[in-house]
Design a protein around this ligand. Sequence first.
Ligand code: HEM
Length: 229
Amino acid sequence: MTTETSLTYSVYLRLPEILALQTPVGPPDMPMHAQAAEHFFIVVHQTFELWFKQQLLDLHCATAALDTDDCEVAVEHLLRVAAIQRLLNDQMMLLDHLPPRSFLAFRPSLGTASGSESAQAHQMLHALGLRTSGESPIWVAFRGALNRAGFDLEILYREPSRAGMLYRVAEALVDLSESVWLMAAMHVRIADRAIGDRPGTAGTSGVDYLMEALKEKAFPELWAVRTRL
Ligand code: HEM
């Protein structure tokens, strides 16, 4: 079975390449605890980016499914995006294990590099209608499916059994909205714990700036309808 061309785990997953991509920038004479902390910091951020990539793909698939009124498939993708989001919230909490003294040993070497430069994090926010003047594609697709089925949000929430899978789609979007808000709250927590009142590396006020994100929730219509029931 083993031939020169047979696929292996390592080749399929490009492991030599992936495992060689954690390149520290901290001073080479940093104590060992700081070197391990920088490796940890890089791995946490890199895995965030891999999961963002998967979430963007699943959101795209969910939007396409809703455009063809295939709510079952849309829910499948949306529940995966929400489940990944819950994982990312726990992953954010991992950073409680970044001791401030270790972080401070390599933080100056980051210069102005900041999570605020993450293109995929911004694509995720935009996909959910956050930090953009444009509409969320998944929201537009959901609204279209709702209209075609002859429902509005109030009827959907008053008569979930009649609405069926469309109700499940709405609640999957609520799950996702809530998890994304919770991640913003985790972000504030871990930043407070790691840098206190220091400014961010991108030059913002730091924790106070991050708290602004808590004022906004994705899919506000799905939150507002709860008050009207
Ligand atoms: C110890 C860990 C972390 C600290 C202290 C921290 C701190 C900050 C601060 C202070 C900002 C504001 C911009 C600036 O001035 O730099 C920021 C922005 C941001 N960070 Fe983090 N962060 C951490 C971890 C993460 C992780 C793991 C991610 C995941 C990718 C992330 C993603 C982002 C994003 C997307 C922004 C832009 C947010 C916005 O504009 O609302 N951060 N971070």
